[in-house]
Design a protein around this ligand. Sequence first.
Ligand SMILES: Nc1ncnc2c1ncn2[C@@H]1O[C@H](COP(=O)(O)OP(=O)(O)OP(=O)(O)O)[C@@H](O)[C@H]1O
Ligand SMILES: [Mg+2]
Length: 307
Amino acid sequence: MIEIVNLSRHFGQLTAIDDISFTVEAGEVLGFLGPNGAGKSTTMKMITGFLAPSSGSISVSGFDIGTQTIEAQKRIGYLPEGAPCYEDMNPLQFLGFIAAIRGFKGDEQQQKVAQVVTTMGLESVLTQKIETLSKGFKRRVGLAQAIIHNPEVLILDEPTDGLDPNQKHQVRNMIRSLSKDKIVIISTHILEEVTAVCTRATIIANGKIVSDCSPAELESKSRYAHAVTLHLTEQQSAATKLSELPGVSEVEVNEEGKLLTVLTEGGQSIYEQVNDLVRQESWQVDALYVEKGRLDEVFRKITEEVV
Ligand SMILES: Nc1ncnc2c1ncn2[C@@H]1O[C@H](COP(=O)(O)OP(=O)(O)OP(=O)(O)O)[C@@H](O)[C@H]1O
Ligand SMILES: [Mg+2]
């Protein structure tokens, strides 16, 4: 478990983190969201003991990061923002070095390196200097060093930034497969990533936590939750008829009248009524679906309220 109590961090006049408290339990994958400069990386740096708080406390698996730093850090894998590595080493040397300082020797050290090389698909770049690797491969090396000791707690600062779609998929699968008994905190600007891998979405803005719930709950706060979208094969003047259905608050029209979204008052379900109307009017549709809610809209609403 991670326990954060009344955590603050100032940089001169700036309050980067403003008295935040939260706990994360084993099995949780927490997605840390927030606009640029919100305080995500600063919080992660403090959880991992890389940066000291101005006030407040953090304990990781029962160890205080300020006073029992090494015990806490043994249990943490950390991918810092931008995935910094020793650039003049090659991945084989670098991962060997990380395995050694994590306490592995001999066969076990080699085995640990081999394992993460396979997981992160690093075979083709093992002897190439890290400084000459592409951005995505550098990030893979960074991820490999974070998981090499099979830590209880994984803190990943924008882990999929710069990865190709296949690697993004791979990393998300890796995070999902890890999460059974571990704590994972990932920061990301990719909102779909939160729905794809996280059990919890925590939004930070201006150094304060402004929302903390499950991704599904977050989606349900959207004005599009339960809205019905239909895609007409041909342009039709369907909006007026749709807006006359009982309970409809608004009909949004896009793509020159072909894409319509029907929003309801209080977010009640309207699928049946829309479907009946489509049949009654013989509109040709190639898609008709109920929306879950749009995270980008909720994110904007929540974070803009704070500014
Ligand atoms: N060492 C530092 N000295 C001065 N200000 C700092 C320092 N580190 C962070 N800050 C400031 O603290 C605030 C929070 O920064 P942080 O890097 O935590 O944001 P973030 O949420 O990770 O943003 P991003 O999405 O851009 O990565 C910013 O205003 C940043 O400029
Ligand atoms: Mg950051």
